[in-house]
Design a protein around this ligand. Structure first.
Ligand code: MRU
Length: 325
């Protein structure tokens, strides 16, 4: 099941908001369709947003400079979005065929995810219990994924893992998407509420935490789905390795620390109403709904990229993999 497919001159997008109940594809045509698909999370996950935006840049006839600005403004935290649209703009300026560039970005992501999954798998043991937060599987990328990649690749190689997936309030990517993907891959998965992570760690069920990321600052601080930093703090308390997995394109060397990462704020209705038959709070009740939080680098055991496994000190070691930019 592909999340993004370019076929016969058209782009098909698996609508992630319909999962796990319905498998529906949409066919965006205008720049507003593309913007809405990203904003409403029909397509989500940092690498997948970048791939999708690259196709938008290739397929739409709009002014490429304005289009880049427009698409970039849809979701500010995932650096992969502006990284992909910048690359498409460079291709446009140098007269390349844009659809070929978009397909290259898509194919490169498949290769990067495979490498990340290989590195991640080398850190796990057969039989491990693994906690995940949000969704960093094939739905969020191209194939395999980042955070889920080692589990999916390991399954192919005959490993048995026991995955625990945080439901991931408020948008439930863990429940709707991660448990769906792992069930389909026939990997043992148990869904837990976000506030149960401490208990399963205390009970000795978790050997490693694997998460994706939307932006890695130059000092190794990372932004990921809201709640990730709490999981990292718990992992430190219980002495469980906390691994962050993401492609090289997720490193933002122009962003010195996590404090410099722009955090997207989303509509309060996602907390109060979205998944309920009736509102769960009064209309006048204030809500604060940041989509991401920042995990301090000191809580991270290793950052796993397609260019290798990076350990502390992150500032120096992230510079070491900076070549061929
Ligand atoms: O708001 P979302 O669902 O796009 O958030 C996604 C995440 O936080 C993922 O973990 C991250 O993008 C990495 S995806 C490989």
């Amino acid at each position: 099941m592909k999340n993004i497919e370019y076929r016969d001159g058209k782009l098909y997008l698996l609508d992630q908001t319909a999962l796990p109940n319905r498998i529906e594809y949409i066919n965006p045509k205008t720049k507003e369709d593309y913007y809405y698909a990203i904003k409403s999370l029909q397509v989500r996950g940092a690498p997948a947003i970048g791939i999708f935006a690259a196709y938008a840049m290739a397929l739409l006839d709009d002014d490429k400079y304005e289009l880049k600005e427009y698409l970039d403004s849809s979701r500010p935290t995932a650096v992969n979005l502006s990284w992909a649209t910048s690359r498409m703009l460079n291709a446009y300026e140098s007269g390349k065929t844009l659809i070929d560039e978009a397909i290259a970005i898509h194919n490169e992501d498949i290769a990067m995810c495979k490498k990340i999954s290989e590195y991640g798998l080398s850190l796990l043991n057969d039989g491990d219990g693994v906690l995940t937060h949000c969704n960093a599987g094939a739905l969020a990328t191209s194939e395999y994924g980042t955070g889920l990649g080692p589990l999916l690749l390991g399954k192919e190689r005959g490993y048995t893992f026991h995955a625990y997936t945080d439901e991931t309030r408020p948008l439930l990517q863990g429940a709707r998407l991660t448990s769906f993907e792992l069930e389909r891959a026939r990997i043992d998965v148990t869904l837990i509420c976000d506030n149960m992570a401490s208990l399963v760690m205390k009970q000795g069920k978790i050997n490693a935490v694997l998460v994706g990321t939307d932006r890695i600052a130059a000092n190794g601080d990372i932004a990921n789905k809201i709640g990730t930093s709490g999981v990292a703090i718990l992992a430190k308390h219980y002495n469980i390795p906390f691994y962050v997995l993401g492609p090289y394109s997720t490193i933002d060397y122009n962003c010195p620390t996590g404090d410099d990462i722009v955090i997207e704020e989303r509509d309060p209705s996602e907390i109060k109403e979205m998944w309920y038959k009736e509102p769960m709070a009064l209309e006048e009740t204030k809500c604060y709904n940041p989509a991401f939080d920042v995990t301090d680098n000191e809580l991270i055991t290793a950052i796993i990229t397609d260019r290798g496994i990076i350990r502390k000190p992150y500032k120096e070691n992230l510079q070491r993999i900076r070549y061929n930019d």
